[in-house]
Design a protein around this ligand. Sequence first.
Ligand SMILES: [Zn+2]
Length: 86
Amino acid sequence: MRMEQCPNCDKPTGHKRALGWGTFFAVILTGGLWLIAIPWYDLRCIVCGAPIAPHGALNLFLTLIAALIGIMTLTNVFFVFYSYYF
Ligand SMILES: [Zn+2]
């Protein structure tokens, strides 16, 4: 957690990344590859939830890349198992 000036609360508050169940399931579904995207999560004020220093378009772009890599990995794993068993 980082102490930063929150533009919304107008005072120094604690900021951390909001990792919830969505993140948890994304990590499971992508076989752990979603962990790559976590450093790009916005730091959010623990009092009001407002993000500081948002990455905007870059954040979205990198998240999509991570998701695509995850989907391709899952597809590969599926077809390897499929061709092995059938
Ligand atoms: Zn705040």
